[in-house]
Design a protein around this ligand. Sequence first.
Ligand SMILES: Nc1ncnc2c1ncn2[C@@H]1O[C@H](COP(=O)(O)OP(=O)(O)OP(=O)(O)O)[C@@H](O)[C@H]1O
Ligand SMILES: [Mg+2]
Length: 292
Amino acid sequence: MTPPLVSIEALSASSVREGGTPVLRDVSLTLERGEVRGLVGESGAGKSTIAKALLGILPETIRITGGWLRFEGRDLLTMPSGELRAMRGRDITLIPQDPQTALNPARTIEAQLTDGLRMKLGLRGTALHARAIELLEEVQIREPDRVLRSYPHQLSGGMRQRILIAAAFAPGPKLVVADEPTTALDVTVQKEILRLMRRMQERHGTAVIFVTHDLGVVAKVCDSVTLLYAGKVIEAGTTADVIERPQHAYTKALIAAGPRYDRPGQGLEPVPEAIFRQLRAELAGTAAKGAP
Ligand SMILES: Nc1ncnc2c1ncn2[C@@H]1O[C@H](COP(=O)(O)OP(=O)(O)OP(=O)(O)O)[C@@H](O)[C@H]1O
Ligand SMILES: [Mg+2]
């Protein structure tokens, strides 16, 4: 039997910076080939920690304290660092949150885009240039020649994000980790970028972990969803099940709050304080269970 593409089992982590505060608490999830899974939760829920663990780029101040993280059945936590490096940027790639800081301001788009193609795909010379043009066309950038000669500051945020999406799909990865890829963009551009993400994913059959605050985004682009609160999985399932038949009171409250639940005053109905009390009580329950 082939193992799932990603299998996270009872993964726990804590923050050294915050005196050993748990950051992930027994998180489990699986991702099949070609599946798009939303990772949802408010700020500090642990979404980026999971994303970074998959890419093997956790900061030293976050320690894994238990559990397993497997990619095609191979344990990422104990994999030699050279192997992990080779896998990162080829089998697993990242679309970062902020297209502004993710690109080097001092280098042209072509120089940055072709770095990866040279290293991971071994392309050189005119083949390299031709592939860069093709990639920009695939993400629907007009005048790709001009864009390749440009520096990041000469392009809009949406254009920069298209370039980062092109770069992430370029090596033909099995998994793309997208960490809030549309948060920094304005609403109309967000919509275009979401459509582009979905089209690229479908065309390449790539699995995606899609980190977002927004259940509305999940409904548009994800097959399945895992909802986190303070590092704990609160609810998980297919998008249709979770959105149409939420089980946990927190999920129900988030759906009632509408897509902007994370922005105080902009949600339809704020999540009631009683639900946060319930969540905290549940966390205390897991902590007690996990204690020796
Ligand atoms: N570099 C770090 N070192 C130690 N602890 C960290 C570090 N970065 C984040 N943390 C802690 O880990 C927890 C989870 O952070 P994480 O970045 O995974 O949350 P998130 O769900 O991605 O939030 P956001 O929506 O704000 O991006 C937080 O409590 C945070 O304080
Ligand atoms: Mg984050």
